[in-house]
Design a protein around this ligand. Structure first.
Ligand code: SAH
Length: 395
């Protein structure tokens, strides 16, 4: 697994390097042949049809995405390599001067570590291995993380779906020793509770951290509707920034309980209301009741994970945006998002435009929004961009 080009197994591509010079994914159909009988999860040297080095990456014949390039150099993938790459990821976050103690420390392709996600919550890191190769490298990864950020408790929360595809046993638990059940982290002026190993993502929606603070700048004095609220993090930031009141709508009772706890933790229970409801129904109900809001946040789950279901997803986005625009008072602000990979920023804008036309609402674009900078987007790997949003003002 750790040997250099000379002795390591080789994978040869059918064609010249092309896209694989800047994109890390190699599909099974692109492979012309193998030399040296690599085992699933081994690091292989990838050569193009003309024998030029493409890079080295983890190989797994079980998945259609059979190899992900880790380095463009002829260097061993070993503990020192992981330490360097994780160190670079940590240095990038440090340079960003992020507003709190919670951030994504390693973001897979976005950090040149395809198949590895690491989130940091103060003294805890949560690691997700998405490939067999990464799962086998876990001890090296943990050592690299501790080398980069100091003594942290490492919790492993592999995704069962990815583990099944790659053929390894997903882990869920502390890697070595024990860690805290919950961690309270700061995000700007607010504090959030992370229940390690439970809930969505690895605890918080870190990809929205910067947007929460950006949207909160518009919150002072306004009545807020936080739809698809999860643990109410947008509402908490809005209240911290002086919002008058907030209504959180969330269908999952567990997430709702988390929202209640975080509103209490921040001292906002008196100014907030939680509704365990389907946001589609609740938006309709609020409209019938002629409710009005000064700030609406729409942060739904992905409405499609498949390209084929794009039209149905677009209808869903249009419906909630149309209703939100009707619920806004004049001068009201809408922060609306889509985290569906397959919905492009242009398509999302088109859907929001159609919603505004149907609502008869003139909406000023204050800012386009994207994922927090600790989820870096690589120009040559468009799949690294998934979260898009618009901050709109009703004129
Ligand atoms: N804004 C949140 C993240 C929201 S994730 C944050 O910053 O932390 C989307 C949330 O929508 C999830 O918590 C999910 O449980 C909830 N959800 C999914 N479908 C829903 C529906 N139809 N109605 C209400 N909530 C829903």
């Amino acid at each position: 697994m750790s040997s250099g080009r000379g002795s390591s197994p080789r994978l040869r591509l059918r064609r010249a390097g092309g896209r694989s010079r800047t994109h890390p994914w190699i599909y099974a159909g692109e492979i012309a042949g193998l030399e040296g009988a690599p085992e699933p999860g081994d690091a292989v040297t990838v050569l193009d049809q003309a024998d030029a080095l493409v890079g080295r990456g983890f190989y797994n014949p079980r998945a259609s995405l059979a190899c992900r390039i880790l380095t463009r150099r002829d260097e061993p993938i070993d503990p020192a390599w992981f330490a360097r790459r994780i160190g670079e990821a940590a240095a990038y976050r440090q340079a960003l001067d992020l507003p709190g103690q919670a951030h994504r420390l390693v973001w897979s392709e976005g950090d040149g570590l395809p198949g590895l996600v690491v989130d940091r919550y103060a003294e805890v890191v949560v690691v997700q291995c998405l490939t067999l190769g990464m799962s086998r490298a876990l001890p090296w990864i943990a050592a690299g993380l501790r080398g980069a950020v100091g003594e942290v408790a490492v919790y492993v929360a592999d995704e069962p779906g990815a583990a099944r595809l790659e053929g390894f046993e997903p882990r869920r638990g502390w890697l070595d020793g024990d860690g805290p059940e919950t961690v309270v982290v700061a995000e700007g002026p607010a504090r959030f509770t992370v229940r390690v190993g439970t809930g969505h993502k690895t605890g918080l929606y870190l990809d929205q951290a910067e947007n929460r603070l950006r949207v909160a700048r518009w919150a002072a004095g306004r009545t807020v509707l936080d739809a698809f609220a999860y643990t109410g993090a947008f509402a908490v930031q809005a209240l911290a920034a002086g919002a008058a009141r907030a209504l959180c709508v969330e269908s999952s009772p567990v997430a709702g309980a988390g929202a209640a706890a975080d509103l209490l933790l921040n001292g906002f229970s008196g100014r907030a209301e939680l509704r365990a409801a389907n946001a589609f129904d609740e938006l309709r109900r609020l409209e019938r009741a002629r409710a009005r809001f000064g700030l609406v946040i729409l942060d739904p789950p992905p409405f499609t994970r498949r390209k084929g279901a794009l039209d149905a997803a677009a209808r869903g986005y249009k419906e909630i945006n149309l209703r939100a625009m009707r619920l806004l008072e004049r001068g009201g602000i809408l922060a609306t998002f889509s985290c569906s990979h397959h919905v492009s920023p242009a398509r999302f804008e088109e859907v929001c435009r159609a919603a505004a036309e149907d609502a008869g609402a003139a909406m000023r674009t204050l800012e386009p929004l994207g994922q927090s900078r600790d989820h870096p987007v690589l120009l040559t790997v468009p799949e690294t961009r998934y979260l898009k949003g618009l901050l709109l003002e009703k004129l």
